[in-house]
Design a protein around this ligand. Structure first.
Ligand code: IDP
Ligand code: MG
Length: 140
């Protein structure tokens, strides 16, 4: 097992309901350490670039509009197998399919407003972390 880092976002539906601390508590309970964190309001250009991989999907426009509808908290999480561990604790994209106790089961409003983003691979995690954080921002 290797210690690794992943990238996480607490999405606008969760910041709007003042759930940052509750989401962080679930992450920490799962053994993930928040080694960098900041609250930002993404620009349209930032959200479009971040979700560029989904540009061809029918929900892309709505997703970008949602992601810039309020502040988000961008985070770097560290722990054993952090990428997979975070995906596990996030739960399925559609909260209707998410396991009990997962962040999306506990807090998500819909398949779109699903409270958190998490990197889906170590390679994407590195790219996504570098998009929002300098190396000196991350204190493990
Ligand atoms: P993930 O966040 O579980 O990795 P992705 O398929 O990468 O899911 O989708 C990125 C984000 O796009 C989702 O978290 C969700 O906010 C939104 N999304 C995904 N599928 C749909 C959909 O069918 N309708 C509306 N929004 C969606
Ligand atoms: Mg994804």
């Amino acid at each position: 097992m290797a210690t690794e880092r992943t990238f996480s976002i607490i999405k606008p539906d969760a910041t709007r309901r003042n759930l940052t601390g509750k989401v962080n508590a679930v992450l920490e309970e799962a053994g993930l350490r928040i080694v960098a964190q900041k609250r930002i309001h993404m620009t349209q250009a930032q959200a479009e670039a971040f979700y560029g991989v989904h540009a061809a999907r029918p929900f892309f426009r709505d997703l970008v509009t949602f992601m810039i509808s309020g502040p988000v908290v961008v985070q770097v999480l560290e722990g054993e197998n952090a990428v997979a561990r975070n995906r596990e604790v996030m739960g399925a994209t559609n909260p209707a399919n998410a396991e009990p106790g997962t962040i999306r089961k506990l807090f998500a409003e819909s398949i779109e407003a699903n409270s958190v983003h998490g990197s889906d691979s170590a390679e994407n995690a590195a790219t996504e972390i570098a998009y929002f954080f300098a190396g000196t921002d991350i204190v493990g």
